[in-house]
Design a protein around this ligand. Structure first.
Ligand code: F6R
Length: 254
């Protein structure tokens, strides 16, 4: 795992978007996994600023969606992905996929979502945030490491954290559809971004804690190609900060 600790959101915007654009330009990245929430926004802004036609031809798969919110609801992940990803990156909406959280048969929807990812050849790079509970996607603590896309129940903590996007906590759905941890681990590369002190403990557990479903983010330790990009606050509970900085400052040029 590569841990990159940067000084500001501006540095994160530049570093993460250049990382992704470099993959797009070499043709290594044509299917992008996208996350919602605050953390990945600088990445989308950075890619928008450096947009190339190759970006516009990407296929995208969202990590998750709330159950029961109409796609027209401004906080449904259909709407968020449309606003922050499809429009900014000028993607073809037909190539942008978000699981349908309004469907009557969620099992069918989830199975179909997995099939769509397979048909697209799998996800080349998955963008991730991490919740204060340690969740990635909406795989809350004790999610199976082998899990596939399915319906999950959000923890009260995650509902409280996400209430900032709604008028009140009562409006935050209790259920979601999320790519499973097994699904996420099949992406060829993972790029997790976290900012702020509220993420410091989850980040420390994910990077330096034991591999445990109590912190789903710790599964990144098992991925052969995972990069975690942090600001100083999110990195503040890590023990090996000096080492991560040393590795980053002496990274191989080849
Ligand atoms: C969103 C998602 C979640 C968020 C996480 C952090 O699609 O899958 O795992 O990445 O809840 O959210 P923010 O970035 O808003 O702190």
């Amino acid at each position: 795992m590569q841990v990159v600790i940067l000084n500001s959101e501006e540095e994160i915007r530049a570093y993460a978007s250049e990382h992704i654009l470099a993959r797009v330009e070499t043709g290594a990245l044509s299917v992008l996994g996208v996350a919602t929430g605050s953390s990945p926004l600088p990445i989308y802004e950075g890619i928008e600023q450096r947009w190339t036609p190759a970006v516009g031809s990407l296929t995208a798969f969202a990590l998750d969606e709330y159950v029961g919110l109409q796609p027209s609801h401004p906080e449904s992940y259909h709407a968020v992905i449309d606003r922050e990803v499809t429009q900014r990156l000028k993607l073809d909406p037909k190539k942008v996929h978000v699981p349908d959280g309004t469907a009557a048969n969620v099992d069918e929807v989830c199975e179909h979502y997995e099939d769509l990812i397979k048909e697209a050849g799998g996800i080349d790079l998955q963008i991730l945030g991490i919740g204060a509970t340690g969740h990635i996607g909406f795989n809350e603590p004790t999610s199976s490491f082998a899990s596939r896309t399915r319906i999950k129940t959000l923890t009260p903590q995650t509902r409280r954290d996400n209430a900032r996007f709604f008028n009140s906590i009562e409006e935050v759905p209790r259920h979601c559809l999320t790519q499973g941890l097994g699904t996420i681990m099949e992406a060829r590369e993972l790029l997790l971004v976290a900012m702020g002190t509220t993420k410091a403990e989850a980040v420390a557990q994910a990077i330096e804690g034991p591999l445990t479903s109590m912190c789903p983010g710790s599964l990144l330790q098992m991925h052969p190609r995972a990069t975690v990009i942090l600001d100083r606050q999110a990195a503040s509970h890590l023990k090996l900060v000096d080492y991560y900085n040393y590795v980053f400052n002496n990274r191989p040029t080849k």
